[in-house]
Design a protein around this ligand. Structure first.
Ligand code: HEM
Length: 394
């Protein structure tokens, strides 16, 4: 019998062997300790992502649905239809390819400046110095937050995701950082009120939004905005680090990509499939669901094992092989269905700019393992720090 507990040391060290067993032997697996089901196969996760019998209102992170230490606060991703649908449509307008295309020159300038600084040194921390520097600034600009606060927000977001040995899930410092983010955004919203600001951006969208027939309170607006800055700045650097790591591991594929830069978007997508940082997100059952002979009861949690689904042999040929020329019809790295990521154009633009410039200007990087740190938690797999070294150049 397969034993799967996302918090076990063995799973956190390398979840893929147990994911393979779950897909083969127990695609719908009950986690007794947490009263939740783990779904390991692509098709099940894909289909249930649009199922109205599942709700996000009790949270989606393991700290909300499994250990229940993280409170549920008002955020778009934690709303069910119909309020969710109305708000999502409006917010999505700010994140469509046209709006994001307008941010590309700024992204290229940030990346160029960063490379100008690090090239003579011959090394860079892909997460902190490269990816996060870009993603937090672009998220600030996309959401309507002053750019001078980017460094402060980056440090709050990093603390939010911190983990401590012996503590399952979020730490006290992470929860404190979440609260500091709320205070920051309440002050921002108060300043906007005072100015009588009318600019069209997500900050003002939430200031004027009506949910359930009433306007949002300042702390609710702050909660929505903190989700946007967290989602908008945290995941991208981790995906960039994974992509840079895998490219250095496969120099032949990297050389091919350098010669074929038009393939960068598909290649990045393949690295997202292969190494999805967010291992899983959760839902709560609201009406009974029958699945592969099991009955999921109301009140039970459901974990969408995205990282497992992305390696499902029923969906992908040779799923454990990284193939930058693979063009799969669908992947789950941006979720699916009604809660699929609305920031994907931001992430794709950032990845394209970073990889184009990195491949062009520091072509033969290698990971400096002595100066890198893996991140292995129940929720996120990847790197906390990834230093790459290359021949210094001006
Ligand atoms: C590589 C970077 C990113 C990845 C891999 C990613 C992944 C995801 C995933 C898997 C979901 C589904 C959540 C669920 O299943 O409950 C999601 C939702 C979401 N993402 Fe992203 N995301 C990224 C970047 C961004 C960015 C840059 C933004 C904003 C600027 C953003 C905003 C959102 C929002 C608002 C939702 C919730 C949508 C809804 O509930 O309707 N994401 N993202």
């Amino acid at each position: 019998m397969v034993h799967y507990d996302p918090f076990s040391a063995e799973v956190m060290e390398d979840p893929y062997p147990v994911y393979a067993r779950l897909r083969a032997e127990a695609p719908v697996h009950f986690l007794e300790k947490y009263g939740a089901w783990a779904l390991a196969r692509f098709e099940d996760v894909w289909t249930l992502s649009s199922d109205p019998r599942l709700s996000v209102a009790q949270g989606t992170t393991p700290s909300q649905v499994l250990t229940k230490v993280q409170p549920v606060t008002p955020m778009l991703n934690l709303m069910d239809p119909p309020d969710h649908t109305r708000l999502r449509v409006k917010l999505r307008g700010f994140l469509l390819p046209r709006a994001i295309g307008a941010l590309e020159p700024m992204a290229r300038e940030i990346v160029t400046q960063c490379l100008d600084e690090v090239l003579p040194k011959g090394r860079v921390d892909v997460l902190g110095e490269f990816g996060m520097r870009l993603s937090v600034r672009i998220a600030c600009r996309a959401v309507g937050i002053p750019l001078e606060d980017a460094a402060l927000l980056a440090s709050l977001v990093n603390r939010f995701f911190g983990r401590e040995p012996g503590v399952d899930g979020m730490t006290a410092d992470g929860l404190a950082a979440a609260q500091e983010l709320i205070v920051y955004f309440m002050e921002l919203v108060a300043a906007r009120e005072k100015q009588g600001s009318t600019v069209e951006d997500p900050v003002n969208l939430f200031r004027h939004a009506e949910v359930g027939g009433r306007k949002l309170a300042p702390e609710e607006i702050a909660s929505h905005l903190s989700m946007l800055i967290i989602g908008g700045s945290e995941t991208f650097p981790k995906t960039l680090a994974n992509a840079m790591w895998r490219l250095s591991e496969h120099p032949d594929q990297r050389a091919w990509l350098r010669a074929n830069p038009a393939a960068i978007p598909d290649a990045y997508r393949e690295t997202l499939r292969y190494d999805m940082p967010t291992q899983f997100l959760c839902r709560t059952v609201t009406e009974p669901i029958e699945l592969h002979g099991h009955r999921l009861e109301p009140g039970q949690g459901v974990c969408f094992l995205y990282a497992s689904a992305n390696r499902d042999e029923r969906e992908f040929e040779n799923p454990d092989v990284l193939d930058l020329q693979r063009k799969p019809a669908r992947i789950l790295s941006f979720g699916a269905g009604i809660h699929s990521c609305i920031g994907l154009h931001v992430a794709q633009m950032e990845a394209r700019v970073c990889l184009e410039e990195a491949l062009r200007r520091m072509p033969d990087w290698e990971v400096d393992w002595a100066d890198s740190e893996r991140l292995r938690t129940e929720f996120v797999q990847g790197f906390a720090k990834l230093t790459v070294a290359f021949a210094p150049r001006s």
